[in-house]
Design a binder for this molecule. Structure first.
Ligand SMILES: *[C@@H]1O[C@H](CO)[C@@H](O)[C@H](O)[C@H]1NC(C)=O
Ligand SMILES: *[C@@H]1O[C@H](CO)[C@@H](O)[C@H](O)[C@H]1NC(C)=O
Ligand SMILES: *[C@@H]1O[C@H](CO)[C@@H](O)[C@H](O)[C@H]1NC(C)=O
Ligand SMILES: *[C@@H]1O[C@H](CO)[C@@H](O)[C@H](O)[C@H]1NC(C)=O
Ligand SMILES: *[C@@H]1O[C@H](CO)[C@@H](O)[C@H](O)[C@H]1NC(C)=O
Length: 518
């Protein structure tokens, strides 16, 4: 009995540090979205795909950013669909659904992050609908992939971006003799199956360093004295259209050498996520995320601002008159201005999902710019300093190979049984099975429609000794089942005592049935 008390005290002490978002998955502590404007009925269909991370270094007292930084899938009400924490390691970002070989697969960059330069070094991992790894894609020709770009092209190939330090004579651009390192922005098109490099474009071959907004001398974009502090001259202040045959630049939008005259509202700076949308007559339509700001997050540096807020933009480029017009701007609710990262996704229904990069927030807008959803990517102290590179909305069907998780909890009123299945999108109803110690075969304890990540069945006045649950699909098919959870309240004090004494190697047995528990 004394040992049982000690064990209880141990658990109470442990539960003070776990946040118990989910009883069935105490290992998961995903971000809690702070939804300041709940989604209206006009938001697009599908789930929200984000990968929030801590943008600020931890100080001694306060943890910034999500407790478990990683790719997550959420519903519009903030309910978790999938936590990818542990599936993708180290630093994971640019989380998307891409079509590959006729299947929807998850794609995410995982690797190292150099926040001062905004560079990543790693690879892209593709997961299938069971959350199994189907492919790891690395850059070719002895280079290391950055996180900025992963774009599937035509189903078999993908574009990736690389920041490659190269030594050059930079005297002509104001550098001293020792300042020789410059970052070459490289794009590779890879065959997803073989990894073969099908096309490579090198920024230095086509964009001269004298077009840079940030000079080498100031050191703001790298001072060039060594390869880890190379001058990031092309980080990129104009959006070029590149000829797929010879790599030459067909036109440039913005920057010092714009081919287009920019109409009111078009001007952008330090933008991200430029995407070609459509072409009609002599007009090309693109979308992009306009940061309008640049600077380091780490030192409270105000950096450069070119507009009061960041924005998502849809632009029309007329290749006869060579003018660029703003079709629609998408502006943030709280005057957000992000010095780094960001994305603008135009959804099939015309809505636009804007992700405010270093501000750790996302907004969905109607085609005319009206805000219909806004959320920060964590809450409370953990919401401070959260950043997120890109946010997307996609349809997704997830059928995890991992089995559903079950847990039960007793209190003075009876037993509550909890079930969840990380990544599952197909369960419509959970059927709970079990029995109490003095009953024979398990029977159906109850059925509960799946309403959120974790579903609970309350059994007032009942203490069950064995429980399990099965997932039932919309068409009534059983698509998954948990293991059978045997309840500790039918274990003898003797067995609990032996657990505390450290004899945990030996299989534990219930006194009644002698059935293995572990
Ligand atoms: C590279 O150069 C920068 C700027 O001079 C310096 O702060 C940094 O320590 C150098 N890094 C290495 C690895 O030498
Ligand atoms: C593009 O500009 C030309 C020249 O001003 C104009 O004639 C043409 O109608 C414009 N294209 C569209 C689709 O508006
Ligand atoms: C935007 O579109 C919605 C839906 O069509 C409409 O109700 C709203 O008045 C429009 N807002 C503006 C500013 O035009
Ligand atoms: C949610 O975000 C708003 C706006 O930044 C902030 O005022 C509020 O304190 C946040 N709430 C939580 C619970 O973090
Ligand atoms: C999801 O699928 C529906 C039905 O096919 C489609 O209308 C919608 O545009 C899709 N949503 C997204 C975000 O692709």
């Amino acid at each position: 009995m004394r040992l049982r008390k000690a064990l209880t005290a141990f658990w109470l002490c442990r539960s003070a540090t776990a946040d118990f978002q989910y009883r069935s998955r105490p290992d998961l502590s995903p971000p809690r979205l702070n939804i300041t404007l709940p989604a209206t009925k006009d938001v697009g269909t599908g789930y929200l795909f984000v990968a929030p991370f801590a943008g600020l270094p931890d100080t001694s007292h306060v943890q910034h950013g999500p407790r478990q930084a990683g790719p997550c899938i959420f519903r519009d009400d903030g309910d978790l669909v999938w936590s990818g924490y542990g599936y993708y390691s180290i630093w994971a970002t640019n989380f998307q659904v891409v079509q590959w070989q006729g299947q929807a697969v998850l794609a995410c960059f995982e690797g190292d992050h150099n926040p001062n330069y905004g560079h990543g070094h790693g690879h892209v991992t593709l997961l299938g609908r069971h959350y199994e790894t189907v492919r790891e894609l690395r850059a070719g020709r002895h280079k290391i992939s950055d996180k900025h770009k992963f774009q599937a092209v035509g189903g078999d190939t993908a574009l990736i971006q690389i920041y490659q330090p190269e030594a050059r004579d930079l005297n002509a651009y104001g550098a001293e003799t020792e300042q020789v390192w410059i970052v070459n922005a490289i794009v590779q098109e890879l065959n997803i199956v073989t990894g073969e490099v099908l096309f490579e474009w090198s920024g230095l071959d086509h964009v001269s360093p004298d077009k840079s907004t940030l000079p080498v001398t100031k050191g703001q974009a790298g001072s060039g004295y060594n390869s880890s502090d190379a001058w990031d001259y092309f980080h990129i202040n104009s959006y070029p259209k590149i000829n797929g045959m010879d790599g030459s630049i067909i036109w440039r939008l913005g920057g010092k050498q714009s081919t287009f005259k920019l109409d009111k509202g078009v001007k952008f700076c330090f933008q991200h996520h430029a995407r070609w949308l459509q072409q009609y007559d002599d007009v090309e339509v693109i979308s992009l995320y306009d940061n309008s700001a640049h600077g380091s997050e780490a030192n409270g540096d105000d950096g450069l601002h070119t507009a009061p807020t960041s924005s998502g933009k849809i632009l029309e480029l007329n290749t006869t008159s060579w003018t660029a017009e703003l079709v629609q701007g998408f502006y943030p609710p709280d005057g957000l201005l992000s010095k780094s990262q960001g994305s603008t996704q135009v959804l099939p229904n015309g809505n636009v999902l804007v992700n405010w990069g270093s501000e750790g927030a996302m907004t969905e807008c109607l085609p005319n710019g009206t805000v219909i959803f806004h959320a920060y990517m964590d809450s409370g102290e953990l919401g401070a300093g959260v950043q997120n590179y890109r946010a997307h909305r996609y349809n997704w069907t997830g059928v995890p190979y991992e089995e559903p998780a079950v847990a039960a909890n007793d209190d003075e009123y009876g037993t509550s049984v909890y079930v969840s299945w990380n990544g599952d999108t197909e369960t419509n109803l959970w059927r709970f099975l079990g029995n109490t110690a003095d009953e024979g075969e398990p029977y159906t304890l109850g059925e509960v429609p799946r309403t959120s990540f974790e579903t609970v069945l309350s059994l007032p006045g009942k203490k069950v000794s064995r429980v399990s649950a099965v997932a039932v699909s919309e068409v009534g098919e059983v698509i998954g089942s948990t293991r059978v959870e045997s309840r500790p309240d039918v274990l003898s004090d003797r067995i609990i005592a032996s657990q505390v004494d450290g004899e945990t190697e030996r299989p534990l047995r219930t006194r009644k049935t002698g059935k293995n528990l572990v």
